[in-house]
Design a protein around this ligand. Sequence first.
Ligand code: GLA
Length: 728
Amino acid sequence: MRKHLIIFVLLVLASSVAEARKTVIPIETEHTQLLLAVRDNGVLETLHFGAKVADPEAFLAFDTGRGEDNGDGPMAYPTAGGRFLGQPALHAKYADGTHNTELFYVSHLSRPAGGAVTTEVLLKDPVSLLEVKLVFVACLKEDVIVTHTEIVNGGKKPVELLDYASGSLYVDADKYLLTHFYGGWANEMNIDSEVLTHDTKVIESRRGTQATQCSNPSFLLSMDTDRLQENAGEVIAGALAWSGNFRLSFEMDESHRLNVLAGISPYASAYTLAPGKAFVTPDFLYTFSQRGAGQASRNLHAWARNYGVYGGGQVNPTLLNSWEGAYFSFTTETLLRMIDDAASMGLEMFVLDDGWFAKDYPRDGDASGLGDWEVNTAKLPEGIDYVASYAHSKGLKFGIWIEPEMVNPQSNLAHRHPDWVVQSPGREQYQSRNQWVLDLTNPKVQDFVFGVFDNTMKLSKNIDYVKWDCNRTVANFGSMYLGEEQDRFFVEYVQGLYSVMKRIREKYPDVLVQCCSSGGGRLDYGAMKYFNEVWTSDNTDAMSRVYIQYATNLIYPACVMGSHVSAVPNHQSGNVTPLKFRFDMACSGRLGMELQPRTLTERERALADRCIRSYKQYRDLVFTGDVYRLASPYDGDYYALMYVSQDRSRAVVFTYCVKYQNRAVGARTFRMDGLDPARRYKVTELNVNRSCWWGNGQVHAGDFLMGGGFNPKLLRTFDSAVFYLEAE
Ligand code: GLA
């Protein structure tokens, strides 16, 4: 072994001196550059990440070292062992009990395909024979780099992977402001911002399922500022594409350099790699903006629409969902009348939520029936096809709710397959919402879960949309299937879920699937590869949605944000919000309604019809346009944003007053953004008889609108307005 090592190191040294002395490996998008370099000792380092420079080689002369480390730059994929002492991306434990891994460059290649260039860099540890391939996909016009890592055990004995981050990102600035997201049920995606200090800040989820309800695997990092700025300054935004336990870490070392690691959480997840086997990490994607958070969001959104979201870039239907309007108590008649109302209001789909299934343990509440996916014919004697066909006959699409990963103890499934339930022998099987989690590491359970989707689809050929729910986290985790390999549970649960989703997408490529997990409990780019949209939050209170949707939209595009108008007050909030404000809020995402339409007064119905009609006129902008935020609800008394078409000929502007204004101060001025300064736009306020802006109905120059000419009078809490812009 030792002889091999010496020969290998000599070879590496010889080749690096001859031809690879600081070979630069550029990973570039239109405006961004990640420069890796092979040091003359064979170590791969990060030279630069940020704005693109014309001559990458220039960085070679730049001394990136600040400590006593002989001027060495930071390792591109730092490993535990060797001379590296910080938080490692990779920490492996070998059969002989050692923990050291040192990776040396072997080769790299780049290949363009479509609008992206993929670069693979192969590294190897000459002692353990562990091979690590770093894969980078540079999405050119989106300015997004997507990276993942493939780890292969080239040795003869099993290797235990203790940490296995998807990627590592080094940044160098004087100050780092980290913006990340926290929350809880019906309170997702609050914003926390903090200036990082030395040592490590960790954002982690150990929830197993519903992994993103309390924190999200995404972040924004603003350089050299202590404020998240919309249009100024350097910002890196990133996200991990993984629907399970995750960990993001931000370690500032003694030289003030920051290392960002993103990956699967190592919590209880030491992963054993047999000889010859590979482990592929999830994707870590990031972008760099020199124009604040706004450009960072636009980059991520463009990437999401083009690559990251299933069916991204398409316009999805408006809908009426039965949940808040009917909950568990409905008959066929209730549903048909809701369909009638949805059709007469101009909505395009009816979604039958929870409560339609299970016979022996009918799903008349949340305590029974999950797992028994047969139509409850006592409740719906005519069956699902009857309702779905009725919807189609009224010109509506039809959707249906399932929660296939879960089981109520009160169900035939729980009695038949107790071993399918996530559990730890001898310990309490804690219930949450009266249910247990099914063990998706078990291939039989995967087949069952696929079957739930498949069989539900077979209930009617008129099913166009499935709302896939997942209403709890994992407690006392464990799998009867995995035996002694419980360390694999958290990782293989998610892999099991993805493998089911792959099968579903192969068979049902065109069905719209919503990702719901008690609201936004599974909001991540791993899930979005298979799902068309998310249920942003169970909280449909429009004022709460201002904050939830503002933050969600920092990272995720509006096309995935299910956003519904519900009754007031409702089960989450006592706010009696005007219907106009509720609509204006819901219309900034994928519009839906979630109430009993019969409870609306005639005036409210007329307003609803009008808002739905006008939404159809501009919603392609919400789904495919570029977002520009004009005011953050965190910074003042307004939230305002606009979506602009790619050719800048059309736009829609949403403005909301979230706090009473001192009327003496007068109307607030917003600077529109993203328009063509040289073009002239007709500006029309929608859904009102009297506009709140003096310039309504007139044609204005783009530079005037962007230069501060737009000052609609929104003075009281819940005042809101939507403006449509069309270039002459
Ligand atoms: C979860 C979802 C809701 C609804 C209910 C049904 O809470 O987030 O939208 O579907 O389940 O039980």
